[in-house]
Design a protein around this ligand. Structure first.
Ligand code: SF4
Ligand code: SF4
Length: 343
């Protein structure tokens, strides 16, 4: 980020000759993030990969602008492919304000939108009025965040944010944060869900944004067992590929640990015994520790005897301790989670 700081401040440094930036919003809002099979997926990732869609639309618009004006036009999909401060650009363009949840909010549309930009070497004037900040004294997003990741208005501590933990983080999810992830498989919409400006946000009817049927039927337990071919088949052209197959399976193990039942333990043990990836073995051990009974501790001790990986050994030992000790704290955490999210 530091390396890109000058570019993030001035689009003209990224695209020499830029005199104006045209900023666009694209509504992707879908009704639910918790799907029938038990996967909770952030709304923006329930349809097709937004990058392709935005590129196509922006190229079309850029070609139109070029044909009409002769201006040189560069297209930049805002979403994580260029070091631009998209939300600030959108705010400067008068499109909306940046809420305390750090999302761009537009009155009448809400915050379930993609931002994209066209950089253009034509001065379009500066007579835009910035939209007023309409958060007022509201603190719903800060209060609702299950991990306390919104540390101040518009400031997110990514290390605690479920979106970061379930999408960007490549290694183990910190053990103390796993119960707070609840049933979030990929991303988190809580701080947008509770925002009053999203209460009447229109639902997108664009075919590309519609929730894929296959996600509706999928269960977290089934997803843990995905091999690479199955992953490619289900998540083809999906933004969820950002987490890679290992990340999604790791997340699914956490979700099952948080929302499953003792009846799931035999399947989890079977997965654990056949799993090659240490990251997944460690999270499976944790899930068994969450759901199992004291009798499962002996089984985990047997698995521990053959385990070489320090991370997995540590997780197995923690799970055994949990199964042979007091389980009440985990139950309380899950109850607190459900009370917080209303799910
Ligand atoms: S996305 Fe979820 S975890 Fe991240 S800040 Fe918002 S509510 Fe908190
Ligand atoms: S929930 Fe309230 S404080 Fe948070 S972004 Fe929405 S209006 Fe602003």
């Amino acid at each position: 980020m530091e390396r890109y700081q000058p570019l993030r401040v001035d689009p003209a440094q990224m695209e020499p000759g830029t005199k104006s930036v045209v900023v666009m919003l694209n509504n992707y809002h879908q009704p639910l993030d918790l799907l029938e099979g038990g996967l909770r997926i952030t709304r923006y990732a329930q349809g097709d990969d937004y990058h392709d869609l935005l590129w196509d639309r922006m190229r079309e618009l850029a070609a139109f602008i070029h044909a009409e004006t002769g201006a040189e036009v560069a297209t930049r999909p805002a979403v994580d492919t260029a070091p631009l401060l998209e939300r600030d650009l959108a705010r400067t363009a008068g499109i909306g304000w940046v809420g305390k949840n750090a999302m761009l909010i537009r009155q009448g549309l809400g915050s379930y939108t993609f931002i994209s930009e066209i950089l253009i070497d034509l001065d379009l004037g500066t007579d835009v009025e910035e939209a007023p900040d309409r958060c007022g004294s509201c603190t719903r997003c800060l209060d609702a965040c299950p991990t306390g990741a919104i540390v101040a208005p518009q400031v997110i501590d990514a290390r605690r944010c479920i979106s970061y933990l379930t999408i960007e983080l490549r290694g183990p999810i910190p053990r103390r944060l796993r119960p707070l992830i609840g049933d979030h498989l990929f991303g988190c919409d809580i701080c947008q869900d509770v925002c009053p400006w999203n209460r009447d946000a229109p639902i997108s009817d664009a075919p590309e944004h519609q929730t894929r049927d296959i996600y509706r039927r999928l269960t977290p337990l089934e997803l843990i067992g995905f091999d690479h071919p199955r992953y490619v088949e289900v998540f083809r052209k999906s933004a969820m590929k950002r987490a890679k197959v290992t990340g999604l399976r790791r997340n699914a193990a956490v979700v099952v640990g948080n929302t499953g039942a003792a009846e799931d333990v035999p399947r989890l043990v079977e997965y654990l015994q056949n799993e090659e990836e240490p990251l997944i073995r460690g999270h499976l051990a944790w899930a068994i520790g969450q759901l199992g009974r004291a009798r499962h501790a002996a089984l985990l001790r047997t698995i521990l005897a053959d385990e070489q990986e320090p991370f997995v050994r540590d997780e197995l030992e923690a799970a055994v301790r949990r199964l042979t000790g007091n389980r009440s704290s985990a139950s309380t955490t899950r109850t607190q989670w459900r009370a917080q999210t209303g799910s």
